[in-house]
Design a protein around this ligand. Sequence first.
Ligand code: ZN
Length: 97
Amino acid sequence: MNGGYCEHCGRIFYPERKYTCPYCGSNEMKRIKLPERGRIISYAVKKDKDAVAVVELSNGCRIIGVVKGDRIKRDVKIYKNEEGIIKILKEFDLLEQ
Ligand SMILES: [Zn+2]
């Protein structure tokens, strides 16, 4: 999974921003590979039993992901046992906005 990195101010974005940094206005944007691990900041289970989770990646970039219903129990168990550290890329399908 790729994100954008501003070489001027150091902010990281997902989805990737290719041209202009919204924080500093720089156009020195670079594509970077995002980390494969993150921490669940918050999640909510929907009526259809899928969950939406806000995940902070190990580099500080926050993303929104969908946890499919058949994975929720396993994911929540991992969340409790490992203090919020989960492997996200194989566990989440990212929301496209
Ligand atoms: Zn910037």
